[in-house]
Design a protein around this ligand. Structure first.
Ligand code: KIV
Length: 316
């Protein structure tokens, strides 16, 4: 697929360009007036849906841990898990930029480990990586950039620091904390990050960061004064029902729809209504008759259907 260095969504409601979105293309959204649209996805079907909807960036987030793998926080996922899921998303060859989240401890121990782990996500198909933290993580950011891998920053509520932060709380609420977030964002931008996520900060803080840094800010729970917005796939679609943070807008209730569909499937199976004849492969009449003659059985079975070819149950 061809590469492009310009944003494809410069006009509201414009159809998505077929060209693949790159990290420099995302950086170029800054100041263009078109917001960056990012959503998480963790597997091939969700990546196809997200890309089909025309999002600019698919984040294979470490929220994989709590959204998909059943853990309580993101500290449980490993670089192996992330590589596995980045691969699943990337194999769908989306137009959107695939950003792979570096999990906790994959960039905290040594510079060599940091670069190797970032490279694993790139080799799995990501076009960029994301990591949490500001000035404290500059060495890691610089090393990854030095290996020619684009880096997205992440400030504010950084879930990998949940224990250090004392829980999942809005960050940057006082002047000093707000100042630290701005300084961290400036440091990440100066180091060469192409964009920065701002999670759960007051809108005034997000506005200040957005007005200060030359790279796009992508907000989640950070209000409208950001250069883009990101939400978690399962939150947007109502597949995650256990918690709904204030900043989530649900655009569908797919968990309800899925439950209702599976209830109907169960009723049909239990009531003998599934599968129907046209959902069944039939042997040719003579073969069916012979089988009944040899083995006995129900001769009231439907006769053969000349159109019964063997087909793959799902497209490859
Ligand atoms: O892992 C994730 O889903 C994220 C988003 C909240 C930005 O980092």
């Amino acid at each position: 697929m061809a590469e492009t260095s310009v944003p494809s969504a410069g006009v509201p409601n414009a159809p998505a360009s077929p060209r693949r979105v790159t990290a420099p293309a995302v950086a170029a959204f800054k100041g263009r007036g078109a917001p960056v649209v990012m959503v998480t996805a963790y597997d091939a079907p969700s990546a196809r849906i997200a890309d089909g909807a025309g999002v600019d960036v698919i984040l294979v987030g470490d929220s994989l841990a709590n959204v998909v793998l059943g853990y309580d926080d993101t500290l449980q996922v490993t670089i192996d898990d992330m590589e596995h899921h980045v691969g699943a998303v990337a194999r769908t060859q989306p137009r959107a930029l695939v950003v792979g989240d570096l999990p906790w401890l994959s960039y905290h121990v040594s510079t060599a480990d940091t670069v190797t782990n970032a490279a694993r996500l790139i080799r799995a198909g990501a076009g960029a990586v994301k990591l949490e933290g500001g000035r404290k993580r500059l060495e890691a950011v610089r090393a990854i950039l030095d290996a020619e891998i684009p880096v997205m920053g992440h400030l504010g509520l950084t879930p990998q620091s949940v224990h250090a932060l004392g829980g999942f709380r809005v960050q940057g609420k006082d002047l000093e904390a707000a100042r630290a977030i701005v300084d961290d964002a400036v440091a990440l931008a100066e180091a060469g990050c192409f964009a920065v996520v701002l999670e759960c900060v007051p809108d005034a803080v997000a506005r200040l960061v957005t007005d200060t840094v030359p790279i796009p800010t992508i907000g989640i729970g950070a209000g409208r004064h950001c250069d883009g917005q990101v939400l978690v796939f399962h939150d947007v679609l109502g597949l995650e029902e256990r918690v709904t943070p204030k900043f989530v807008r649900r655009y569908a209730n797919l968990a309800d729809d899925a439950r209702a569909a599976l209830e109907r499937f169960a009723e049909d199976v239990r009531g003998g209504r599934f599968p129907a004849s046209d959902e069944t492969y039939h042997a040719a009449d003579n073969v069916a008759d012979m089988m009944i003659a040899v083995y006995g059985g129900d001769d009231a079975s439907p006769s053969s259907d000349a159109s019964d070819g063997v087909e793959a149950p799902h497209p490859a």
